[in-house]
Design a binder for this molecule. Structure first.
Ligand SMILES: [Cu+2]
Length: 100
């Protein structure tokens, strides 16, 4: 039978492995001035959903805000902005933060 000490050791080991494997997820908030109606919003949704490294995103038509959670090992803000530029939209960074 395993001793309590050994079980503790395994618990610590698994916890540290979990931390090491945790993805570097970041959330960026973009202001997209061109997103002025539902069609524009749909255009953003239809295009941005295919961006590499994208984890989740939300759009808000009223504030023209697009919030994107992305894997920082697979993409970055410049690449996401380039994604917007493909359909002639300019995404301006309002906020960029690391996910806890
Ligand atoms: Cu529109």
């Amino acid at each position: 039978m395993m001793s309590k000490k050994l079980i503790m050791l395994f618990a610590v080991l698994f916890l540290s492995i979990g931390t090491m494997m945790a993805k570097d997820l970041r959330t960026v908030v973009f202001k997209v001035e061109q997103m002025t109606c539902q069609n524009c919003e749909k255009k953003v949704k239809d295009n941005i959903r295919f961006e590499k490294g994208l984890k989740k995103f939300t759009t808000d038509l009223k504030t023209k805000i697009v919030t994107i959670t992305y894997d920082a090992e697979k993409t970055n803000i410049e690449q996401l902005q380039a994604g917007f530029r493909k359909f002639k939209y300019e995404a301006v960074v309002v906020e960029d933060k690391k996910e806890e």
